[in-house]
Design a protein around this ligand. Structure first.
Ligand code: DAH
Length: 338
């Protein structure tokens, strides 16, 4: 009996020391101190002992009980402490890994990049101008009459110092021509501002891409071929263009350029109002008055210019029905353009 108790204590020491978590400690408790545990069974063995041996056995039994109770407490404490340590270190190896979502270009930025890539292949380089412009660059040098409605403060944002938020990317034409000699072949993408009431197709803040090509003997046919090449690259081989007479102060003649409707491939649908065409670009031959304003000799140099709305291109390309989606930064909208 005494020998067996000794063995139980030795085994229990080992079992509790090896228990690494709450569960293992509980298993060890049941194995030694439970109702059918080894110590409990040994207690039952008392009955079979000679009465004279019982006092010594009883004492040894009590000591073994105390020892095991102490081992249990110690193991519980140890396991609890190491669990707390792991928690405070923020380590939970069972958690799934954290996903890092990849960002993507905003659809307006992506459209600007796509346009620029196409025009670069056609020999254009990128020019830039500021969003805060002079009245001269935005209107005067662009041959805009002093009573033209677009100059009205109800249409254009003016600053107290007389400057304005550019209403178009066309002033970049002026900046480029005033800073270099011809020939010129640039595109200028950028942000524009107008006092428009926001709706599905208007925003006070939008983007355009401007094109300007000045050289000897540039003709309307050159303009047509550039816009046609652009239409095909942007919307596919079957895209065609057509030009309609129009008016802009800075071009003569001026045209409005339509692209084949991408929704119905020219058959006619609700998007193109059954015409089969979508209005995309304003364009024309640079007015001699503009060339004169920047110091180019209109007898020697001719050029074409065009301007397109970036958001409009993106809406057509992606089937977006409302321009305001581009500015709300709703992640569910933006995610579609990854
Ligand atoms: N600036 C014009 C606009 O905002 C667009 C435009 C038309 C630009 C004709 C041009 C052009 O360069 O030649 O509506």
């Amino acid at each position: 009996m005494l020998k067996e108790l000794k063995q139980i204590v030795v085994d229990a020491e080992k079992a509790f020391a090896e228990a690494a978590d709450e569960r293992a400690v509980e298993d060890a408790r049941v194995a030694f101190l439970g109702r059918k545990g080894r110590l409990t069974l040994a207690t039952g063995g008392m009955k079979t002992l000679d009465p004279s041996d019982r006092p010594a056995a009883g004492k040894a039994l009590n000591e073994a009980k105390k020892k095991l109770a102490a081992l249990l407490e110690e193991a519980k404490k140890r396991v609890a402490e190491s669990g707390a340590k792991a928690k405070s270190a923020g380590i939970d190896v069972t958690l799934p890994g954290r996903q890092r979502r990849l960002g993507a270009k905003h659809p307006v930025t992506a459209m600007i990049d796509d346009c620029v890539a196409i025009f670069r292949r056609l020999g254009f380089i990128v020019a830039e101008g500021p969003e805060l412009e002079s009245v001269f660059n935005n209107f005067d040098a662009l041959n805009t009459p002093s009573d033209h409605p677009s100059r009205d403060p109800r249409d254009t944002f003016y600053l107290a110092d007389g400057r304005l938020l550019r209403t178009q990317t066309s002033p970049v034409q002026i900046r480029v021509m005033m800073s270099q000699k011809p020939p010129v072949r640039i595109v200028a993408p950028g942000r524009c501002f107008r006092r428009d009431t926001p709706d599905a197709t208007h925003s006070m803040n939008f983007h355009q891409i401007e094109g300007l090509y000045v050289d000897r003997d540039v003709s309307l046919a050159d303009l047509k071929s550039v816009l046609e090449a652009f239409a095909r690259e942007m919307f596919g081989e079957k895209a065609a263009i057509r030009m309609r007479p129009h008016f802009f102060p800075f071009t003569e003649p001026s045209v409005e350029c339509d692209f084949t409707c991408v929704m119905c491939a020219g058959k006619g649908c609700s998007i193109c109002k059954n015409s089969g065409w979508l209005e995309i670009a304003g364009a024309g031959m640079v007015d001699p008055a503009v060339l004169e304003a920047v110091g180019y000799d209109p007898e020697e140099w001719t050029g074409f210019a065009f301007g397109m709305g970036i958001e409009r291109l993106a809406m057509i390309k992606h089937g977006v029905s409302d321009i305001r989606y581009f500015y709300e930064n709703d992640i569910r909208f933006l995610r579609q353009f990854r």
